[in-house]
Write a protein that binds this ligand. Sequence first.
Ligand code: AVI
Length: 313
Amino acid sequence: MLEEFKNDVIEGLSRITNKALPSKYFYDKRGDDLFVKITQLPEYYLTRAEMEIFQKRTADIIAALDLDSKKRYSLVELGAGDGTKTVHLLRALVEGNFDFEYLPVDISSDALDGIAAFLNAELPALAIKPSHSDYFKALENFKQDGTAKIILFLGSNIGNLTDDQATEFIYRLGSSLGVGDKIILGVDLKKAKEIILPAYNDQQGVTAEFNLNLLDRMNRELGTNFKRTGFIHAPIYDEEVGIAKSYIKSLQRQSVTLGRHRFSFAKDELIHLEVSRKYDDDVVKQILSRTDITWEHKITDSNNFFADYILQR
Ligand code: AVI
């Protein structure tokens, strides 16, 4: 893991132009804590909007899933989250006497322990089996277990992939599923820049801290010598395409070392960190067109900010 991190940093920062670092490295312990804070910010509407869907439109989600009371289901959640959204769907399924098991999958055992404790307290009757695993390895293990699958991939996590990566992801998901299996895909929708950009540039500076924490992480884990005061958080929203992009901007001409490597930054040079893709029906159709997954239903919040698409293999 550390070797991969180091190689990604060397590759991304040695470039003369278009320097970049993968956003997956945001999530060390501090990054996880800052992300939880982000989800509670007044500007970060995404979590509240999807929560509204799971709280108020549970019956619509269940109707859209078109469940068969004679089948056994596995509800597989990719990325365990904190369970506060999923619990509404799980409660309705327990109360509806559906035959199912909840299988959260995450590479963080802390996240899995947290969700298991929360759900055991909230829904003692729920059958829950956490998997500490890579998503696709877990799906491979579940493939032959004789249950119909419902995959949850919420929170606009797919938005942190480029469209090509998202296509590849959905394609691979499709190949781990049987015909008739479902996916609930949560995506943030395209909307005005005035709403989206503040979600990635909040007043309290939590998102700035979330991005700049990566400099501290590189200093701590890889021994780089980034100076925090030499860089700022610089997000943009490209309204035409519908992508929020986060950058770190170098405030002056400077260089940073990692062992024998030296990375040079011009004044105002940008390091690209993250894409947060915003979706509409055309983007969804475009991505699905290169997979064997089809779109069945779309369920949105009352502001039309966020959608959970119900897809089928
Ligand atoms: C996890 N992901 C969906 C978040 C997003 O909105 O793209 C990550 C994030 N980055 C900055 N704020 C939140």
